[in-house]
Design a protein around this ligand. Structure first.
Ligand SMILES: C[S@@+](CC[C@H](N)C(=O)[O-])C[C@H]1O[C@@H](n2cnc3c(N)ncnc32)[C@H](O)[C@@H]1O
Length: 221
């Protein structure tokens, strides 16, 4: 794509540099995903929370926004059962489910866990993620785009959640069209403890395309 500019009467074509897959600003990342991969702006965000994706207005607030625990102005809705959305209605949607799991001492009181909910076990996370992927499969049009934000999680051991999400989406009729990373360096750490894993300072944005219909009965886990 080129932009035209007039300089001393001369028309020059300004070529846009191709973007890399690593971003440091979430709105910039989403703008790039929408511009490159989506036919529309995000139409549906069923895990809206405070709507931080749209805070700069660089990204339009979706027509359909829900949350299980909604703030004022957001409708209550369950991303695993979007009763007001018809089959094959949506062109572009986003999912940003909670990623922390395993309730115990420290995580229970963590501010982030309280705000964004912490999932009791990995099995509960698996069930939630598969159910929201299946529901996305139902509401998306053929070739529609699901942007799925996820994060790996290190507790006493590491769970590569983004790999599971990839497998669950492919098993349910999606093609992994692209992937980009958001890096946020400002995570707190305790220098007095021995480091056993890398601190996770990045999250993943999968770009999945619905390539086939999968009926509720034939979808896989
Ligand atoms: C990580 S937060 C989303 C943050 C959001 N993207 C933002 O920018 O503010 C996850 C949200 O999912 C919601 N949630 C969890 N399970 C849900 C479900 N089954 N259906 C709808 N929302 C759910 C939680 O209430 C929480 O608000």
């Amino acid at each position: 794509m080129g932009k035209q500019q007039t300089l001393n009467g001369t028309v020059i074509m300004e070529k846009k540099k191709h973007l890399g897959s690593v971003f440091y600003d979430e709105q910039e990342l989403l703008r790039a995903v929408i511009d490159i991969h989506c036919k529309t702006e995000i139409e549906l965000d069923p895990m809206f929370n405070k709507g931080m994706f749209y805070k700069t207005r660089n990204i339009e607030i979706p027509k359909y926004k829900f949350d299980l625990d909604p703030i004022e102005g957001v409708e209550k809705g369950d991303a695993t059962n979007l009763v007001s959305i018809r089959n094959n209605q949506i062109e572009t949607m986003i999912l940003d489910p909670p990623f922390l799991f395993g309730i115990h001492g420290k995580t229970e009181n963590n501010v982030c866990s309280k705000r964004y909910t912490i999932i009791p076990t990995f099995n509960d996370l698996k069930n939630l993620y598969i159910e929201i992927i299946k529901e996305s499969q139902r509401v998306l049009k053929k070739n529609g785009i699901l942007i799925f934000k996820c994060q790996d999680y290190t507790d006493s051991k590491t769970t590569m959640t983004h790999c599971y999400v990839y497998c669950w989406a492919l098993a349910n009729g999606f093609y992994a069209k692209d992937l980009c990373l958001l890096v946020k360096e400002n995570k707190i750490s305790n220098p007095n403890t021995k480091q056993r894993h890398f601190r996770k300072v990045h999250s993943y944005f999968w770009v999945f395309q619905k390539i086939k219909e999968v009926s509720a009965n034939s979808s896989q886990q």
